[in-house]
Design a protein around this ligand. Structure first.
Ligand code: FDA
Length: 515
């Protein structure tokens, strides 16, 4: 600690000197444990309280830059004084990598760099990394109800991590991922250079759209291409439990979800639930959908493709696309759109998550094996989400951006388990449950590699050496799961842009020169 304290003083001195004329403003955006607001700034964006315990390592310094020059100074001084940088935008990283490290570190928190400027005439927008996606949707709708953007469902997710790791939501079957719709970016590299698409070159621009920004530098802003949405969309949520044929419906869903019209997105949420029969637990399958059009067309489409669900007009609600954002964000109907500007999530439970890709429909027996695991105690607040692929997701080539999960995938599974009790014992019990389920699922999901979604960060699938440099071989264990063969190109780009592996974390792309 003594040497860290020394390092951090030297670092602060360096910042003050290096910031030159803007000294006064940089001092306003630096927080050390001696500042009374240090804890609240640190805690504010922590989305997973699993990484907010007294034992969690804390940063020596938090910087909330107001200007790009302050980021440049922080990068320069961190290298000079041997501090690691963690960049945080919305703080939703599942494993807390944007705000936790085992080595002395600082956080660059992008919260003050969050402006959004929408150009409705040209159908584009510049979005700073510190913005949340709820605000992106809000600002787009404020300018024009004709446009939307295909990113995530939870409005408090940060643009910085989300766009750089892929980013999907209800529009993905028609328009692909957020990262598929980025047309320019501004980032700062290890040398402190401010780069745009032209000056960074196509390799680096490719890498930061899905390969995770934090391996390559600090992304300050993204230029996005807006997509067209109709004036009326329709949503529905239809719940069916085992007594209402849930197993057969989920089995059938697997045969239609990726093949239906691109305007129709139907995901399934699976939870354990108490059945109406006293004392018995059941499984509830929740079919949750966005259709880009009105009820009449939706009913026709459902009659053709998925009549077994028994969707009726009364299940459906027509609304505007921006209202559907609130619906999928979990807000009650009639809520003001202003809630999209709120950075505090509705709930903030402790959780662990994992992901998988499904290539062949899972048999009914296979599904029943999942249900059995839902009857265990730890699964009381577990949730599985099946998200359909197909259409645009299949049309884009595997190597267009680093995100490789395209044609051939029927759907993605997200496994989530939540709990309230604090302490190691509860954590271990719940993590052990999700790992057991994951190992049961091995027979039913993609293999060699068993693919995973980078934005659902999971350190169980492999991690780099604790202290720093990691071999290509070690990193490729997790890297090929997230990126398949795109991992090699990511290593190539990393080696070019950050040969000393300054920007690193437990799952950062390794530089070939650094080991
Ligand atoms: P955070 O700030 O924690 O950053 C995540 C990673 O990106 C870290 O490695 C960080 O260093 C790096 N990073 C952040 N800003 C950077 C920058 N400016 N430059 C370089 N690197 C940067 N996903 C999805 O696709 N669809 C969805 O619907 C959802 N929904 C959802 C709900 C909830 C409640 C959670 C907790 C998460 C999701 N996600 C999701 C996952 C989400 O996309 C993922 O966690 C993102 O990485 C979060 O980005 P943040 O900026 O919030 O995270």
């Amino acid at each position: 600690w003594a040497s860290s304290a020394h390092t951090h003083e030297d670092f602060l001195q360096c910042l003050t000197l290096h910031a030159g004329n803007s000294t006064s403003s940089i001092s306003q955006v630096i927080y050390t444990p001696a500042n009374s607001s240090y804890s609240s700034i640190l805690e504010f964006s922590i989305q997973n309280p699993r990484f907010s315990t007294p034992a969690t390592p804390k940063p020596l310094v938090i910087i909330t830059p107001l200007h790009v020059s302050q980021i440049q100074s922080a990068i320069y001084c961190s290298q000079k004084h041997g501090l690691q940088i963690r960049v945080r935008s919305g703080g939703h990283d599942y494993e807390g990598l944007s705000y936790v490290s085992d080595v002395p570190f600082l956080i660059i928190d992008m919260i003050n760099l969050r402006s959004i400027s929408v150009d409705a005439e040209n159908g584009t927008a510049w979005v700073e990394s510190g913005a949340i996606i709820g605000e992106v949707y809000y600002r787009i709708a404020e300018k024009s109800i004709k446009f939307g953007f295909p990113a995530g469902l939870c409005p408090t997710v940060g643009v910085g991590g989300h766009f750089s790791g892929g980013g999907y939501g209800t529009l993905m079957r028609k328009y692909g991922l957020a990262a598929d719709n980025i047309i320019d970016a501004q980032m700062i590299d290890v040398k402190g250079r401010i780069l745009d698409r032209k000056s960074m070159g196509e390799d680096l621009f490719w890498a930061i759209r899905g390969g995770g920004g934090s391996s390559f530098g600090i992304v300050v802003a993204w230029k996005i291409k807006l997509v067209h949405v109709p004036s009326t969309v329709t949503v529905f949520t239809v719940n069916r439990n085992l007594e209402q044929n849930a197993t057969k419906l989920v089995y059938r869903w697997q045969h239609v979800a990726d093949k239906v019209h691109e305007d129709l997105f139907i995901r399934v949420g699976l939870t354990g639930a108490n059945s109406s029969q006293e004392g018995r637990r059941t499984i509830q399958a929740s079919f949750n959908s966005l259709y880009l059009g009105g009820i009449d067309n939706l009913l026709l489409l459902m009659q053709e493709s998925f009549p077994e669900l028994g969707l009726v007009r009364e299940d459906c609600t027509e609304m505007s696309w921006i209202e559907s954002v609130l619906y999928f964000g979990g807000f009650p109907s009639g809520e003001s759109l202003d809630v999209l500007l709120n950075r505090t999530p509705l709930i903030r439970p402790i959780f662990k998550a994992k992901s998988d890709y499904v290539i062949e429909p899972i048999s009914e027996v296979g599904l029943e094996g999942i249900w059995e695991r839902f009857y265990e105690k730890e699964a009381e607040t577990a949730l599985l989400i099946f998200t359909p692929y197909g259409e645009k997701m299949s049309e884009i080539s595997e190597s267009a951006i680093p995100f490789p999960h395209r044609a051939g995938n029927i759907y993605k599974i997200q496994y989530l388990v939540y709990w309230e009790e604090e302490g190691i014992a509860a954590t271990e019990r719940h993590i052990s449950w999700i790992r057991r389920l994951y190992s049961y699922m091995a027979a039913y999901v993609s293999k060699s590699p068993r693919a995973a979604y980078m934005n659902y960060r999971d350190l169980d699938i492999g991690k780099n050496n604790k202290k720093g440099n990691t071999s290509y071989r070690r990193a490729s264990i997790w890297g090929t799961k997230y990126f398949k063969s795109n991992f090699n190109r990511l290593v190539h780009v990393k080696t070019m842009i950050d040969p000393t592996n300054f920007f690193r974390n437990e799952q950062s792309i390794p530089a070939l020169t650094a080991w």
